[in-house]
Design a protein around this ligand. Structure first.
Ligand code: 13P
Ligand code: SF4
Length: 357
């Protein structure tokens, strides 16, 4: 039962004490997030992974790519545990190393590899945090960098100081929304479809490209629509609409603001009492915020529920199971990135972490 699991988790955590750190992403369900020592967006959790090297293990209540990142940034001897190994991210799965390498080779044929007169290289790869460690490694090896939804604009600026163009993967929406806000015309942002030769683009079209967008997307954020925003505005005149930049461009354009989960959390915390918010992001976060800020009216733009179903796979039962094993000295469900991948991936991650806030 729920009570029994709660007692087991609390007992194991108390027995483990400082030996374990529990981290949870904002989208994690409340039944799990209540035990977390750190809660944050994916950028904050990457930073947090560095802060407790003395703990034996980090139990990561998020999805696979976040646990991989924690493993690469945490102490050498620390184990990172993902309570349910089936907690992946469908967007991260939309870009695999082989397809990216194939795309990269085609781009090298079109653009060449040498720097131009200003010393800029033809293309820099930028991977969204929501990607495998292998792709972060690819970026590290090719002069590229990682970004999260909270620093994508800053990362693109960094890239444009060094390159004529960016290859952005896996999320086309974050790439398009960010570059559009920076003034890049849509005509210069072709989408790369790996299933078509040249991504369905002609070499001439690719000559003008500034940001090549991988075709990936988040199935949760893709559900939000302009119709939902119009309805919210009809029902609640004056409503403040904030959406995550993984939403399609028309949705971001129709909203009042867009930003990462941490941006949404801070915007709500700073608002005057009595504000009505329509939020376009994962429902577990929206419901939690509605409970935490009863002085506002906060609701999710999607009237049907839209949980991140993979994040939801971290059930309290799995948490109890891995914690109790750890108490006995057994590490279950460890996420370990091999050093040949981790070394270049850390280069790309550290480039991002070194950017000024
Ligand atoms: P944040 O960068 O806001 O944490 O978002 C991560 C994510 O997976 C959104 O779908
Ligand atoms: Fe991946 Fe979307 Fe879930 Fe974020 S919300 S972890 S992008 S599937």
């Amino acid at each position: 039962s729920t009570e029994e699991l709660d007692l087991r988790i609390r007992a194991a955590k108390a027995a483990l004490g400082e030996r374990v750190v529990l981290m949870g992403h904002f989208y994690q369900r409340d039944e799990v997030i209540q035990y977390a020592d750190f809660v944050g967006d994916s950028f904050q959790l990457a930073q947090a992974a560095k802060t407790r090297p003395e703990a034996e293990a980090i139990v990561f209540c998020g999805v696979h790519f976040m646990a991989e990142t924690a493993d690469m940034l945490s102490g050498k001897e620390q184990a990172v545990i993902l309570p349910n190994l089936a907690a992946g991210c469908s967007m991260a799965d939309m870009a695999d190393l082989d397809s990216v390498v194939e795309c990269w080779e085609q781009l090298e044929d079109i653009y060449g590899t040498g720097p131009n007169a200003e010393g800029k290289v033809p293309v820099i790869p930028v991977t969204y945090m929501n990607s495998s460690a292998a792709l972060k490694g690819f970026c590290g090896e090719h002069g590229g960098i990682v970004c999260t939804s909270s620093n994508a604009a800053k990362v693109l600026e960094w890239a444009f100081e060094r390159a004529e163009r960016v290859l952005f993967f896996p999320d086309q929406h974050l790439g398009r929304n960010t570059a559009k806000k920076m003034g890049v015309p849509l005509a210069q942002m072709p989408t790369w479809n790996p299933y078509k030769p040249l991504g369905g683009n002609t070499a001439e079209r690719l000559q003008d490209a500034k940001v090549l967008l991988w075709h990936g997307f988040c199935s949760v954020h893709k559900r939000f629509s302009v119709g939902q925003i119009e309805q919210a505005r009809r029902e609640f005149p004056g409503v403040r609409v904030i959406v995550h930049p993984e939403c399609p461009m028309e949705v971001v354009d129709a909203a009042d603001e867009s930003g990462s989960t941490d941006y949404i959390v801070k915007a709500i915390a700073a608002a005057p009492a009595g504000t009505t918010f329509a939020i376009g992001t994962e429902v577990n976060l929206v419901t939690r915020l509605a409970g935490q800020y009863p002085q506002h009216h906060i609701f999710c733009l999607d009237p049907v529920i839209c949980p991140c179903s993979t994040m939801y796979r971290i059930h309290p039962g799995y948490l109890a199971w891995v914690l109790e094993a750890l108490e006995k000295g057994v590490v279950l469900n460890q996420i370990k990135v091999s050093e040949d991948v981790a070394v270049p991936a850390r280069v790309a991650l550290e480039r991002m972490l070194a950017l000024k806030p």
